[in-house]
Design a protein around this ligand. Structure first.
Ligand code: FES
Length: 109
């Protein structure tokens, strides 16, 4: 794995979260109470881009069929409202180490 530069920490802090193309994937990056999180941004159900962050629960909801993922672990906490093609345990999303370096958010992809 290699640390890859994404967006500035200032931009992320202002937006709260962002879906950023990193190498050959899209990563959902968030900062909550000063702590950084990074997880696959492409939903494992039908490949929509995740986008609804719940800062209290540290979850992200897919806008397409409302599957909910744990931002810390990538686990699917609530299934989509239409039947998934794969078992729930296979719908877990990958999470990544993330850091700030010289003002930019870097993800270990
Ligand atoms: S594409 Fe995400 S829940 Fe269906």
């Amino acid at each position: 794995m290699v640390w890859r530069v994404t967006i500035s920490y200032a931009a992320l802090e202002k937006a709260g979260h962002a879906a950023v193309k990193v190498k050959d994937r899209v990563v959902f990056i968030a900062v909550v109470n000063g702590r950084l999180y990074a997880m696959d941004a492409v939903c494992s159900h039908s490949r929509c881009i995740l986008g609804e962050l719940d800062k209290e629960k540290l979850t992200v909801k897919c806008p397409c069929h409302h599957a909910v993922f744990d931002l810390r672990t990538g686990e699917m906490l609530e299934p989509p409202y239409v039947a998934p093609d794969v078992p729930k345990e296979k719908m877990k999303l990958q999470t990544f180490n993330v850091r700030v370096n010289r003002g930019f958010v870097e993800v270990d992809v």
